[in-house]
Write a protein that binds this ligand. Structure first.
Ligand code: ADP
Length: 405
C-alpha cells in the first residue's frame, strides 16, 4: 500500500492557543498516518484532549464511578465531536501497592467492560480506550522525567506518605524500623513495609500518562489533585528548560469549572465518613462495590455511621455521614432538600438504598450486555493509534534531552 505524505501536525502551542481554537472551529483535519502491519489508520490531531485512568487493583466502587468515570463519560457522550477522549487502564499503576497478580488480567478487562457499561460510546472515533503497558512510551517517558523530579518532592506526596505510614511510629523507632528494613533481609524489608519504588514514582508515571497526549482536562477525584499539580509543575519545569515540549494541563480550579460539581468529588466510606470510600479498604463494609447486589448495598447503607444530633443538615463538619448520604442520594437522582431539616434518619437511608439498588441493577444488566468482541476490536485500534501519538511526543522529549539527533 502506498504511504500518503505526512502533513505537519499542529504544534502543541498552536493547539493550546488561539490558533488551536481556530483550528478546532474550522475543523481542519491534521492527520497523522500510522502504518503498522500494512494497515493505515487516520488520527485526527486537532482536538483538545480529555483523559483519565482507572486502576485495576480491586473491584470498582460507586466512588470511582461517580468521581472518575461519570464526568468523562458524560463529556464523551455530549461533546465527543469537540474533544479527543482517552480513557485508559493504568495497569502498571495497579500493582504499586500489593495485589493478587492472578486477578490482574481479569481486573483490567473488567474495568474496560465497566467503561462500556457506563455508557462510553465505543463506535466514536474520537474516543480511545487502552492499557497503559501496551503503550511503551509511558514507561520510557517516566524514566526520563525521573531525572527532573526531586526526591523531596516525591516524598511530600500525600498518597505516598499515607501508605508509608511510618509517621505513626515515634521517630526513634521509625528510624530503626527503616534501618532494619533496608539492611537486614531484603525480602522481609519489602514485605514489612509494602512501600515500593513504584509507589514512590507513581506521580511521575501519572504525569507521563497525561503529558504524552497533551491532555488539558483530567477528571480525577479529590485525592488525585496533588498528582495533577505535580504534572503541571513537571511540564512547566521541562518547558522552561527545553522550550515547548508539553501542554500544561489546566489547574484543578479550571478543571472544576469545566466539569462542574462532579470534579473533585469525594464519596466517603459509609462506616468511617472521615475517610474516602476506597477499593483498598480491608473490610469493604463501608464500600458499595459496582458488583454488590442491591441487598448487599441496602445492608451497608442501613449500617452507615451517622450521628446523634437528631436533625438532617448538609454539613460535612458536624454531620459527615449524613452529608455523604445526601450526596449519594443526589448523585443517583434524588433530592437532598426533601430530607434536610427532617428529624428522622431512617427515611433518608431507605431512599439512598432504593436509588443505589436501582442504579446497581441497571448497571449490572448493562455490564452483562457488553459486546466483548467489539470491545477488543476497539482496544486494538486505540492502542495502535495511541502508540503513534505517544511515540511522537516521546521522540520530541528524547531529542530535547539529547538522546536523539
Ligand atoms: P481507590 O482509592 O478506591 O483505590 P483509585 O485510587 O484507584 O481508587 O481511584 C480511581 C479514581 O476514582 C481516581 O480518579 C479517584 O480520584 C477516584 N475516586 C476514588 N475514590 C473516590 C471516592 N471515594 N470519591 C470520588 N472519587 C473517587
Amino acid at each position: 500500500m502506498a504511504t500518503p505524505p505526512e502533513p505537519e501536525p499542529f504544534s502543541l502551542t498552536q493547539l493550546h492557543s488561539g490558533i488551536g481554537n481556530k483550528v478546532r472551529k474550522s475543523y481542519i483535519q491534521s492527520i497523522v498516518f500510522s502504518c503498522r502491519r500494512n494497515s493505515c489508520i487516520l488520527l485526527p490531531m486537532n482536538k483538545p484532549v480529555i483523559l483519565t485512568g482507572l486502576r485495576a487493583n480491586n473491584d470498582l466502587h460507586i466512588g470511582n464511578y461517580l468521581g472518575a468515570l461519570l464526568p468523562i463519560i458524560d463529556m464523551a457522550r455530549r461533546h465527543a465531536d469537540d474533544y479527543q477522549i482517552n480513557l485508559f487502564v493504568p495497569d502498571l499503576h495497579s500493582f504499586t501497592t500489593p495485589i493478587d497478580h492472578s486477578q490482574l488480567q481479569a481486573g483490567i478487562m473488567n474495568n474496560l467492560r465497566v467503561f462500556a457499561a457506563a455508557g462510553l460510546p465505543l463506535d466514536n472515533p474520537n474516543i480511545h480506550i487502552y492499557r497503559q503497558s501496551y503503550v511503551p512510551a509511558h514507561s520510557e517517558l517516566t524514566i526520563i522525567l525521573n531525572s527532573f523530579t526531586g526526591f523531596g518532592e516525591m516524598s511530600r506526596m500525600t498518597q505516598f506518605k499515607d501508605k508509608l505510614d511510618l509517621r505513626k511510629i515515634p521517630r526513634s523507632q521509625g528510624e530503626s524500623a527503616r534501618q532494619d528494613s533496608f539492611s537486614a533481609n531484603p525480602k522481609n524489608a519489602f514485605q514489612q513495609n509494602h512501600v515500593s519504588m513504584g509507589l514512590f514514582d507513581y506521580p511521575v508515571l501519572m504525569a507521563a500518562d497525561i503529558l504524552l497526549y497533551g491532555a488539558i482536562y483530567v477528571p480525577v477525584g479529590d485525592d488525585q489533585k496533588q498528582h495533577l499539580e505535580f504534572t503541571r509543575d513537571i511540564a512547566e519545569r521541562m518547558n522552561s528548560k527545553f522550550g515547548e515540549l508539553f501542554i500544561v494541563p489546566k489547574s484543578a480550579k479550571e478543571q472544576h469549572e469545566f466539569f462542574g460539581k462532579d470534579q473533585g468529588l469525594r464519596i466517603r466510606d459509609l462506616l468511617d465518613p472521615a475517610k474516602k470510600m476506597s477499593k483498598s479498604d480491608a473490610s469493604g463494609k463501608g464500600v458499595i462495590f459496582l458488583n454488590d447486589t442491591p441487598e448487599q448495598a441496602h445492608k451497608k447503607i442501613q449500617s452507615a455511621t451517622t450521628d446523634s444530633l437528631g436533625e438532617i443538615k448538609y454539613d460535612y463538619t458536624t454531620q459527615p455521614g449524613i452529608s455523604n448520604l445526601l450526596d449519594i442520594l443526589e448523585l443517583f437522582g434524588g433530592r437532598k432538600h426533601e430530607f434536610i431539616g427532617s428529624k428522622q434518619y431512617g427515611p433518608l437511608k431507605e431512599a439512598v438504598a432504593i436509588l443505589t439498588g436501582q442504579f446497581l441493577e441497571d448497571f449490572q444488566t448493562k455490564l452483562e450486555m457488553v459486546d466483548t468482541k467489539a470491545l477488543e476490536q476497539k482496544l486494538a485500534m486505540s492502542e495502535t493509534a495511541m502508540c503513534k501519538i505517544a511515540e511522537t511526543i516521546l521522540a520530541k522529549v528524547q531529542k530535547a534531552v539529547g538522546l536523539r539527533t
